[in-house]
Design a protein. Structure first.
Length: 274
């Protein structure tokens, strides 16, 4: 629960710090959180350690900009710039004066934990717990440098168990599964477009239509269904050992034998694609 500060009882300030803002799972959660907070009267600002991502991987940047969420890119490119990044982030946070800071991903967690030591008074810091590529040395470093954070959010109970094994007190851990905005995937009636519309629709259902694209839902017409196809089990993610697609493939035959009317589709890119 975020409590309003004495400076502004209606609009608490929230700083959200991430390693990068290219399209990824944690980054999408951050963008949804920032946009949702802005709509509810908070004052979020987003800080990225890396430079802005290039198109077409800048979708989240455009969504945040369209929602008028302030964005700051530190432009860091290597670990040798760590000290500079700590100073930059501390200076930016001193200007915003957030009531709460939340960091995402390993590098952002570590750098933010160091940056807030420069703030007086230091605001509460909430971090996530990074489980991808948790090599022992990296896990130890994150646990050591973030041991004084106010709270840690874990996306599952197994992640919380890992944090406890590395010395994080149980009372400072909360399990909050990642949320999904199901409205983005809800089916609806077909849209009717005027004759001046371009040939293709907006690039993303999460973004507003581009100028010149004029469509409206035809509520009077029943939906036009695509040709009948088998019901699909869909798995989407980075094709990396951390995501566990090898487990899915080991059980795929048994699963499809039990559900003969279904097909299994896997969508993603990564080192295990072959």
């Amino acid at each position: 629960m975020i409590e309003s500060s004495g400076r502004d009882n209606r609009h608490p300030r929230v700083a959200l710090v991430t390693t990068e803002l290219a399209v990824g799972g944690a980054e999408q959660c951050l963008a949804r959180l920032a946009i949702g907070l802005a709509r509810r009267g908070f004052q979020p600002a987003v800080y990225s350690l890396l430079p802005p991502p290039a198109a077409p991987r800048d979708r989240l940047v455009r969504q945040l900009a369209n929602s008028q969420v302030p964005l700051h890119f530190l432009g860091l490119r290597s670990a040798t710039q760590f000290r500079r990044g700590v100073r930059q982030l501390a200076d930016l946070l001193a200007v915003q004066q957030p009531d709460l800071i939340q960091s995402f991903l390993f590098h952002a967690n570590v750098l933010t934990a160091r940056a807030i030591r420069r703030l007086r008074p230091a605001p509460p810091l909430v971090t996530g717990w990074r489980v991808a590529d948790q090599r022992p040395c990296r896990a130890w470093l994150e646990a050591r440098l973030t041991r004084h954070v106010t709270h840690v959010v874990c996306v599952s109970h197994s992640v919380a168990d890992q944090a406890r094994r590395l010395g994080m007190p149980a009372e400072r851990l909360s399990v909050i599964p990642n949320g999904v905005d199901t409205a983005l995937f809800a089916p609806g009636p077909p849209r009717r477009c005027d004759g001046n519309a371009p040939a293709q629709p907006p690039a993303s259902i999460a973004e507003p239509p581009a100028a010149g694209w004029s469509c409206e839902r035809d509520e009077a017409s029943p939906p036009t269904l695509p040709p009948r196809s088998p019901p699909t089990l869909l798995a989407i993610g980075r094709l990396d050992p951390q995501k566990g697609f090898d487990w899915l493939l080991q059980d795929a035959r048994r699963l499809l034998d039990a559900l003969p009317e279904f097909q299994l589709d896997i969508v993603g890119e990564g080192p295990e694609r072959s």
